[in-house]
Design a protein around this ligand. Structure first.
Ligand code: PPS
Ligand code: ADP
Length: 200
């Protein structure tokens, strides 16, 4: 980023702010950043959890990697620089959504700790929870609902996470999900973890 672009730009503080929105929503707003291998269960778990939260009248939005890559990030590839830019853009959007009073669920592979830390810095440490969907790669390969592991093993994809490209497990995630447990068990435990954090 060229800092000089911001020389003549001034932040405008608006009257309706996060504090007022949180008061009206009656729950806190922050980001749950789900990271894990392809096939680990990120989208399924976040979607299941969002359904439960909806029933409890929690205002949410789910930013899903595959979906975001059809619009906001459709110009980006899977090389390291583009993955970083993908994560940066999603972090900026998530930050706005937190300001809008939402509980934001982000599901991106986000394979590098450095990029996840950058997302945390953009969003703000107190509004960011790193959730590791910890599923062994052999199980992800067995699941392979989109045949992406198969394609990368056949050489049809050459930069697939976990095959040609690395996945760095989080150093110290805020929450660890055993991705081999049932969805029901995973989401009940997650709800319990979230409960006190959602209270205003
Ligand atoms: N080369 C390569 N590596 C990893 N993933 C690939 C690749 N090519 C396509 N896909 C599909 O893109 C989804 C991951 O996109 P993300 O935006 O989450 O990736 S990243 O955070 O920028 O690394 C990923 O979705 P999930 O399987 O849900 O994780 C795949 O469907
Ligand atoms: N806890 C779970 N137990 C069994 N299967 C699961 C579980 N979570 C996800 N799955 C299945 O695994 C596959 C990959 O899940 P998905 O949510 O698409 O992963 P990701 O978003 O990390 O790529 C899907 O077919 C999904 O139904």
């Amino acid at each position: 980023m060229n800092i000089s672009n911001l020389k003549n730009v001034f932040w405008h503080k608006h009257y309706i702010d996060k504090k007022l929105r949180i008061m009206r929503n009656q729950h806190n707003a922050f980001v749950l950043w789900f990271t894990g291998l392809s096939g680990s269960g990120k989208s399924t778990i976040a979607g299941f959890l969002e359904h439960l939260l909806y029933q409890k009248k929690i205002n949410t939005y789910l930013l899903d990697g595959d979906n975001i890559r059809t619009g906001l990030c459709k110009d980006l590839s899977f090389n390291i620089a583009d993955r970083q830019e993908n994560i940066r853009r999603v972090a900026e959007v998530a930050k706005l959504m937190v300001d809008a009073g939402l509980l934001v669920l982000v599901t991106l592979i986000s394979p590098y700790q450095k990029h996840r830390d950058q997302a945390k810095n953009i969003i703000g440490k107190k509004n960011f929870l790193e959730i590791f969907v910890n599923t062994p790669i052999n199980i992800c390969k067995e699941r392979d609902p989109k045949n992406l592991y198969l394609k990368s093993l056949k050489g049809e994809i050459n930069d697939f996470t976990g095959i040609q490209e690395e996945y760095e497990s989080p150093d110290s995630p805020d929450y660890n999900i055993d991705g081999t447990e049932s969805l029901d068990k995973i989401s009940k435990k997650l709800l319990k973890f979230l409960y006190k954090r959602l209270i205003t």
